[in-house]
Design a protein around this ligand. Structure first.
Ligand SMILES: *Cc1c(COP(=O)(O)O)cnc(C)c1O
Length: 386
């Protein structure tokens, strides 16, 4: 962010998400280069970022989309028109037929579902995979994002695999999937891959297994990410098992590629100074509360670094609708612009109209020009309630 960008954003009505196409392109180019250098295939995990008006352009850089169910599968296949992979914690019987019209790769979360749907999918020439869970945890900060946490429902563990597997299901498989990372570097992938290999080497080596998907959570586009280790992991699996390697990052695709523009509605005081914004943590950036984390604000620093401390809070009635504590170099006043950074991911896909709060508009910034992609109003609130 810089002052010029601030001037551009100061003309946007708030609340609004602004997608920065230049930064998105920078990220996409890194991912495309990874594909070109290694022969791996990169899918967009739509869960993090689903701005479909850009899908057709993004498809020039990526191999396809990854979905978590029917609607994402449909969106990815209709808007990007490239490979469409779907993993679901549990597929629904009444959706499988329609999904087959959108997706080419189906990844199951259990041997039971693989047995139930696998034969039909194979009859329809679909690729079938199983998600395994190495139960090898490499993160401790965010337990709700750790699929290897005790009692996890995501992926078949080695213990259950050995107990329940039989030849008929093994023969259905074309690929293996694991997803255990969240905002992590490639050394965590490396040790995870070792663990997967240690437990599931027999499976990797089967002649019918053609691909492996390393999931998401790779922070590839972050400065300093150890991309050479990622490349080494990809090459190792390609060479040793002759498999196609997929990865399906969400965050890394749109990391830092968006801003969230809000304004100060009022300043209230209760031992501390609190700015009430037209932006809500609960409605517009729920990860702030779920993860939790404090998002970067342009021009602001941690409390006590600059002269004026403020807590930033949302306009809802929820006491906990607090975005975070910051310090600024000047007193805040009504209508002041507050710009949150790194707001393209896990925001638009997660927002809601709790408390009747307006959904932020969505803008696209291309070079220095901002254009409105979508605006929302009262009907978007009302239509889901009756
Ligand atoms: C969430 C998720 C992703 C994307 O994760 P990021 O952290 O956004 O890269 C990929 N695959 C699966 C199965 C997921 O659940």
């Amino acid at each position: 962010m810089n002052d010029k960008l601030e001037t551009i954003l100061s003309n946007i009505p708030s609340p609004a998400y602004i997608i920065d196409k230049n930064i998105l392109e920078h990220n996409l180019q890194i991912l495309k280069t990874l594909q070109d250098d290694t022969g791996c295939r990169v899918l967009l995990a739509q869960k993090a970022f689903s701005c479909y008006p850009l899908y057709s352009w993004m498809g020039d850089f990526l191999y396809g989309t990854a979905a978590s169910g029917l609607y994402e599968a449909k969106l990815g296949s209709e808007e990007m028109r490239k490979e469409s992979h779907v993993f679901s914690a549990a597929f629904r019987e009444d959706e499988i037929d329609e999904m087959m019209t959108y997706s080419d790769h189906f990844i199951f979360n259990s041997l039971n579902q693989l047995k139930k749907y696998g034969p039909k999918l194979k009859d329809n020439n679909k690729n079938v995979g199983i998600r395994v869970n190495p139960m090898y945890s490499t993160q401790k900060d965010h337990e709700i994002y750790d699929p290897c946490a005790v009692g996890s429902r995501l992926g078949v563990t080695k213990k259950i695999w050995d107990r329940d597997v039989d030849r008929s299901v093994i023969n259905l498989l074309d690929g293996i999937h694991f997803h255990t990372l969240c905002e992590q570097d490639a050394d965590d992938l490396e040790v995870t891959l070792n663990s997967v290999e240690e437990q599931f080497a027999d499976l990797l080596a089967l002649p019918n297994i053609k691909w492996i998907n390393f999931g998401g959570g790779h922070h590839i586009t972050r400065n300093g990410y150890k991309i050479n280790i990622l490349k080494k992991c990809i090459k190792y699996i390609q060479d040793k098992y002759n498999l196609i390697v997929y990865i399906e990052p969400g965050e890394a695709v749109a990391l830092n590629a968006g801003y969230f523009v809000s304004r100060v509605l009022d300043i209230v005081e209760n031992e501390i100074q609190i700015a009430v914004l037209d932006a809500s943590a609960a409605c517009h950036m729920p990860d702030v509360l779920e993860m939790p984390y404090t998002p970067p604000v342009y021009g602001a620093k941690k409390p006590d670094v600059l002269n004026y401390n403020y807590r930033l809070g949302g306009p809802t009635c929820l006491s906990g609708d607090i975005i975070g504590d910051y310090s600024f170099n000047k007193r805040l006043a009504e209508n002041d612009l507050i710009i949150f950074e790194d707001m393209a991911i896990y925001t638009m896909v997660k927002n809601n109209t709790f408390n009747g709060i307006k959904l932020p508009s969505i803008y696209l910034m291309d070079e220095d020009k901002c254009s409105l992609i979508q605006n929302f109003g009262y009907d978007d609130f009302k239509c889901r309630l009756g």
